[in-house]
Design a protein around this ligand. Structure first.
Ligand SMILES: [Fe+2]
Ligand SMILES: [Fe+2]
Length: 174
């Protein structure tokens, strides 16, 4: 847990964004134009935080390391997690397209996206991150933890904090 704390913490932030989507249906019904603005801000968050900061760490460091240590996991759970990440990217583009043509469809799609994202996070929390701590040596785990921090530094720690705080501001919309 200690070595993957940064990933667990990011999951918590992402889940709080998922919960905001789930509770936004009344905003959609009351003020569709405002929901559209809300949805665009959330897409920005998911693209920049969930994908850029979080999935990036998993894809660049965690997944290759696990695949290297355990070929079976690489072919199964890691392949599945990678496929999910690609699906998530496609979802966001589709939601964005729907926003201009069919707002109800955009809501259904983003709800679907959130359900899959939340399932994906549960698998990582309850299976993957636990097995990684038994699979890798203490030394490898420590190195990976520092590399996670390097990724945040490269992408910008201030920007990361701003993205986390942006959720509080977006919440004020409803
Ligand atoms: Fe993931
Ligand atoms: Fe994750």
């Amino acid at each position: 847990m200690e070595y993957t704390k940064i990933l667990y913490d990011e999951h918590e932030v992402i889940i709080s964004a998922v919960e905001m989507i789930e509770s936004s249906e009344s905003l959609l019904n009351d003020d569709p134009e405002k929901w559209k603005v809300f949805c665009k801000k959330m897409i920005y968050f998911f693209r920049n935080y969930a994908d850029k900061y979080h999935h990036h760490k998993e894809e660049q460091l965690l997944f290759p390391k696990i695949s290297q240590e355990n070929e079976v996991m690489g072919m199964n759970i890691i392949a599945e997690m990678l496929e999910n990440h690609n699906d998530f990217r496609d979802y966001l583009s589709e939601i964005e397209e729907c926003l201009n043509s069919d707002i109800s469809k955009a809501f259904l799609k983003i709800s679907d996206y959130c359900e899959h994202l939340s399932d994906h996070i549960s698998v990582e929390n309850e299976e993957l991150f636990i097995s990684v701590e038994t699979l890798l040596s203490e030394n490898d785990l420590e190195t990976m933890m520092y590399q996670f921090q390097d990724i945040d530094r490269d992408l910008g720690e201030v920007k990361k904090k701003e993205l986390e705080e942006s959720l509080e501001e977006i919440k004020q919309m409803f």
